[in-house]
Design a protein around this ligand. Structure first.
Ligand SMILES: Cc1cc2nc3c(=O)[nH]c(=O)nc-3n(C[C@H](O)[C@H](O)[C@H](O)COP(=O)(O)OP(=O)(O)OC[C@H]3O[C@@H](n4cnc5c(N)ncnc54)[C@H](O)[C@@H]3O)c2cc1C
Length: 526
């Protein structure tokens, strides 16, 4: 049963954070967790501490029988089926719950990757795009962890450019099977998964998705990759050699595979963001514990200001990450609550509600993955030499974190998604970005008007500028902006570090623009 009681009621448009101010009660934070959220968080925490962490070494050495057992155990209290509808054996919880579980499971990245691959990208394609028969056949066993899911989009020659895949699907002459040929690369869980969402082009043109069981003829798994990190997860290529997939295992529509691929990755991204927060929090805890007991110069290193600064920066970034995660999933849940679950268009409306926050999900992925890299790096630094050796947790966390900037869409691709989606929404009028940009440009170009009551850094600008027309060597305007000081002249203060165009404060930007445009109304030029 979905937990909804504490979710704010205002539906917020995706990307609107750029333009709109929110009231406190419109923003979801961990303080809004319901009792159910707290309970599932506690369950996930206990599972991580009592079941996952004690088995981490075995998984690190690729004992995947342990991994499979853990996935089954995770299924018992519902940690694998929280996003699966109750009708198909899941708990049908909200996205806040999904984030809470991901946050706690992240204590060991090797298993978290496995679990994310299984419950997210390995299961959700069926939840959102499966037929009734497909859902009945696969979802209950996926929810229970009896079978393990995986998602096979990437190929050796097409990762970011996934739609350019080479895998092919051809309908068999008797019309009963699709015959798949090709190879997939870097597939999480491949070494032990049972069910794969595989993307291939029907007739070499129509990008489509198929549910492929590992027992289907012509399907095989390549060797495990030797990875820098997340060694406790399985990553292998798939080989499709005249692989016979029953026609009823086509997922979604022919030629619409991209809708599946991108929507699923979107959900994967908010979970990845939540896992980054959870992983970073554990690193910070380790760093604090170590700093409190390691001594140098007769003091514990936690007493040194430079070490404290590191811990404070780490905590700050984690706090921001946490706020981003729960604010985003809270917004998603409001939108999802409006979907009529019994309606004919429920699946489509659900996908739309999730896609609404594609920008926020990509921001979360980028921020989370870069934040955890900073945190694990500083943790290694705090551990000093011990940070560089395997017996201490800092070393593995450092290696494990790096993948987050690469999978679920590289951070470069996600940055493109952020700008691409924002512009798309702006152009279609869904987001009134263009009028806001114009208004801002007008304000910037106009600068503060004469006679206005100026405040803060603008105080006194017009007086100074009136007195001295034009660039004057050595003219001090200390207080105008933090780039101005008595020793910096107007001819040089705006140069950026690379020597290109400048980074002015609001007040001087107005004056410089006026130099360029000859606007007589600009301050100092009257
Ligand atoms: C451990 C691991 C697990 C994985 N699990 C899965 C999985 O379960 N399923 C799956 O399908 N895939 C999986 N992947 C694949 C992963 O998603 C891809 O590696 C990733 O999408 C990048 O693709 P690529 O490696 O081909 O890099 P490329 O696409 O070749 O990119 C190389 C570099 O170029 C940059 N780049 C590419 N295009 C642009 C552009 N337009 N603008 C700017 N920069 C650009 C990229 O950001 C990157 O820095 C996994 C990979 C790893 C390593």
């Amino acid at each position: 049963m979905a937990t909804t009681t504490a979710i704010p009621s205002t539906k917020i448009s995706g990307g609107s954070f750029l333009l709109e101010e929110r009231k406190v009660d419109e923003v979801f934070t961990p303080e809004d967790f319901t009792e159910q959220h707290q309970l599932i968080g506690q369950t996930a925490e206990e599972f991580a501490v009592n079941e996952i962490l004690p088995n981490a070494e075995k998984m690190e050495h690729k004992d995947f029988s342990v991994t499979r057992d853990l996935l089954k155990k995770a299924g018992e209290p519902g940690l694998s089926g929280d996003e699966i509808p109750e009708t198909y054996g899941g708990l049908e919880m909200d996205k806040v719950t999904a984030a809470v579980i991901a946050d706690h499971i992240a204590k060991y990245a090797g298993f978290a990757t496995t679990w994310g691959g299984h419950t997210g990208i390995g299961t959700l394609p069926i939840v959102y795009f499966g037929t009734e028969e497909q859902k009945k056949k696969y979802l209950p066993r996926l929810a229970a962890g009896e079978i393990v899911g995986a998602y096979a989009l990437s190929e050796a020659s097409s990762g970011s450019d996934a739609l350019n895949c080479r895998a092919r699907a051809q309908l068999s002459p008797d019309g009963k099977h699709y015959i798949l040929n090709g190879e997939k690369m870097w597939i999480t869980n491949a070494g032990f998964a049972d069910l794969f969402t595989v993307f291939a082009k029907v007739d070499g043109e129509k990008f489509s998705a198929f549910l492929v069981e590992k027992t289907f003829p012509g399907f095989s798994i390549g060797a495990e990759e030797h990875k820098m990190g997340i060694r406790g997860s399985s990553t292998c290529p798939l080989i499709l050699n005249d692989c016979k997939v029953p026609v009823e295992n086509l997922l979604g529509e022919i030629g619409k595979g991209h809708v599946i691929a991108f929507n699923i990755l979107n959900v994967g991204r908010f979970k990845l963001g939540a896992m980054c927060v959870g992983g970073a929090r554990l690193s910070l805890e380790n760093a604090i514990a170590y700093a409190k007991q390691r001594k140098a110069f007769s003091k514990v290193i936690a007493d040194f200001g430079l070490v404290r600064e590191k811990l404070a920066n780490m905590a700050t970034l984690i706090y921001v990450g946490e706020a981003l995660v729960y604010r985003t999933v809270g917004m998603m849940d409001v939108a999802l609550n409006e979907v009529d679950k019994a309606g004919a268009d429920a699946a489509k409306e659900t996908r739309k509600a999730i896609e609404e926050y594609a920008v926020e999900c990509s921001i979360l992925k980028v921020w989370g993955s870069e934040m955890i890299d900073y945190v694990v790096d500083e943790t290694v630094q705090i551990y000093g030499g011990y940070g560089f050796v395997e017996e201490y947790p800092a070393e593995r966390a450092y290696r494990d974190a790096r993948i987050n900037r690469i999978f679920e869409g590289t951070n470069e691709i996600n940055r493109l998604i952020i700008t691409g989606f924002l512009l798309k929404r702006a152009m279609s009028g869904q987001l009134p970005l263009m009028p806001a940009i114009k208004k801002l440009m007008d304000e910037v170009l106009a600068g503060p008007g004469l006679g206005e009551d100026l405040e803060g850094p603008f105080l006194g600008v017009s007086g100074v500028a009136d007195a001295e027309d034009g660039p004057t060597e050595g003219r001090g305007v200390s207080g105008d902006c933090d780039r101005h000081d008595a020793s910096v002249s107007l001819t040089s203060h705006g140069q950026d570090r690379i020597g290109g165009e400048k980074d002015h404060c609001g007040s001087c930007r107005g004056r410089h623009a006026a130099h360029a445009t000859g606007d007589p109304a600009a301050p100092g030029e009257a």
